[in-house]
Design a protein around this ligand. Structure first.
Ligand SMILES: CC(C)(COP(=O)(O)OP(=O)(O)OC[C@H]1O[C@@H](n2cnc3c(N)ncnc32)[C@H](O)[C@@H]1OP(=O)(O)O)[C@@H](O)C(=O)NCCC(=O)NCCS
Length: 208
């Protein structure tokens, strides 16, 4: 099925509605809204150094946030994060990174796709809600739902893979709710915070 910008707005699989702000602006209904892909609680917006880089530095150097992340046990310098933003700005089509903002425009996290394989139409997905005070309020799940609809309906991908360190119960609960299913496990793949831990691979197919 060919999905146009207008029909995207009506598609509601997975719970969250993706609106197409441009078409709505064109229709003159929401001239003042921020741009981005919008769900019920959050909006995915392009990375902006002025608005998002300091939070990235703060969040990815926070041991609570990186407790179950593959990265984060090595200090993240401003230079390294600037390099990450520079790479995202090049739009190499191998990865796409969004900042996650509340509908009021407050920066709350990041969500993206990496290792995009256009031949097989597969990507690896990942998300962080950096505002710990907002965990378990559905923001991560909404961001994942919108990001996945973007991956499937806008980019035309067919399969998303998530890699989770065993023990990351919040992430596993969020991904299960979004429809991901365990597809494999690498025993004791990671040394993480004092123990070897399994890598859990989860898969989400566009058409179930
Ligand atoms: C993982 C993360 C993105 C989830 O974001 P979030 O906004 O808290 O997610 P949601 O609120 O949508 O969903 C979390 C779910 O976990 C559940 N949960 C919370 N604590 C839990 C726990 N200790 N054990 C099991 N489930 C738990 C919540 O109840 C919620 O499920 P529900 O919607 O059925 O109630 C966020 O916690 C985070 O950024 N953590 C640090 C980085 C990280 O681990 N990222 C994922 C890498 S794979």
């Amino acid at each position: 099925m060919l999905i146009t910008g207008a029909s995207l707005g009506k598609r509601q699989e997975g719970g969250a509605e993706i609106r197409n702000p441009k078409s709505e602006i064109d229709e003159g209904r929401r001239r003042d809204m921020t741009y981005g892909w919008e769900g019920e609680k959050v909006r995915l917006v392009p990375l902006d150094r002025d608005k998002h880089l300091d939070n990235a530095l703060k969040w990815f150097n926070d041991p609570d946030i990186t407790e179950w992340l593959e990265t984060g046990d090595w200090p993240l310098t401003r230079g390294a994060e600037e390099d990450f933003f520079r790479a995202a700005e090049r739009q190499d089509r191998v990865s796409v990174q969004f900042a996650v903002e509340s509908l009021q425009g407050e920066h709350v996290g990041f969500s993206g796709l990496r290792s995009i394989d256009w031949q097989s139409r597969v990507a690896v997905s990942g998300s962080v809600i950096g505002r710990k005070d907002l965990w378990s309020k559905g923001l991560g799940g909404d961001a994942v739902t919108v990001r996945n609809r973007y991956a499937f309906d806008v980019l035309g991908l067919r399969l998303l893979i998530a890699s989770v360190i065993a023990g990351n119960s919040r992430s596993l609960a969020m991904l299960a709710k979004a429809g991901y299913e365990e597809a494999g496990r690498v025993p004791e793949r990671y040394w993480k915070r004092g123990a070897y831990r399994d890598q859990i691979l989860l898969a989400l197919h566009r058409d179930g």
